[in-house]
Design a protein around this ligand. Structure first.
Ligand SMILES: Cc1cc2nc3c(=O)[nH]c(=O)nc-3n(C[C@H](O)[C@H](O)[C@H](O)COP(=O)(O)O)c2cc1C
Length: 212
């Protein structure tokens, strides 16, 4: 299998990068083809929201997005990694996700007359459209994903910092109709609760990679 890690952290030797690399190293031992790319090494401009992409079926902004999108398309398993930045994914990861719009969404016909429908018809239409939205290429539906995040907060829940980050990536996978096979969350990266926390997390990542 082809396993691609897409990292949205400027710290190439940071926690998210190291966890992803450990999964890849272990997967390589199993004979898989692996690659790690860091979004900071590419030019990914922000979405300009002109909706031209929903007509074109692709994004028209000229930069490196297509290079990464092609790698993503080819991959069987995708590792998405972002540190928690302001209780959410990092900006580069958000820009990267926004740029998928033309590949997964379309403008429904007669949307401007939607209000004329009965309540029942509105509900039926919305349920149908929810099913129709999603990647136009069926290959995306076969893709599996592993999500990684790291944060200084000491708890996964309670403080409400980690969940929005994981949910942002989860939503992306869900909209692309992929399947999440594992999630690695590394908390207390600053206020260490356990002496060997990093070692434990890196071992966990490695074991995960060996199972692929
Ligand atoms: C701009 C910025 C914003 C951050 N925001 C949060 C935050 O909201 N909550 C948190 O727990 N940690 C926050 N952090 C800390 C990082 O999530 C933490 O250091 C993480 O381990 C970094 O991962 P990395 O080493 O892979 O880059 C922030 C760090 C930066 C640089």
């Amino acid at each position: 299998m082809k396993i691609l890690a897409i990292i949205g952290s400027p710290r190439k030797n940071g926690t998210v990068s190291k966890l992803a690399q450990n999964i890849l190293d272990a997967a390589q031992v199993n004979g898989h083809i692996t690659e790690l790319i860091n979004l900071y090494d590419y030019e990914i401009k922000p979405c300009i929201g002109d909706w031209a992409c929903v007509k074109l079926g692709k994004c028209h902004i000229q930069d490196d997005f297509e290079i990464i999108f092609h790698k993503l398309y080819e991959a069987d398993i995708v590792i998405l990694g972002s540190p928690v930045y302001w209780a959410n994914i990092s900006g580069v990861m958000k820009n990267f996700i926004d740029r998928h719009t033309g590949y997964a969404m379309f403008k429904p016909p007669n949307a401007q007359n939607f209000y004329k429908l009965s309540r029942w018809q509105k509900l039926k239409t919305i349920l149908r459209l929810m099913k129709e939205f999603g990647p136009f290429d069926p290959r995306f539906k076969e893709k599996k994903y592993i999500l990684i995040t790291a944060a200084t907060v000491p708890f996964k829940r309670i403080m409400g910092e980690v969940s929005p980050t994981i949910n942002a990536m989860r939503k992306y996978v869900k909209k692309l109709k992929g399947k999440i096979i594992s999630t690695l969350i590394y908390t207390d990266t600053l206020f260490r609760f356990k002496k060997n926390k990093e070692k434990i997390m890196l071992n966990k990542a490695y074991s995960l990679g060996r199972k692929l």
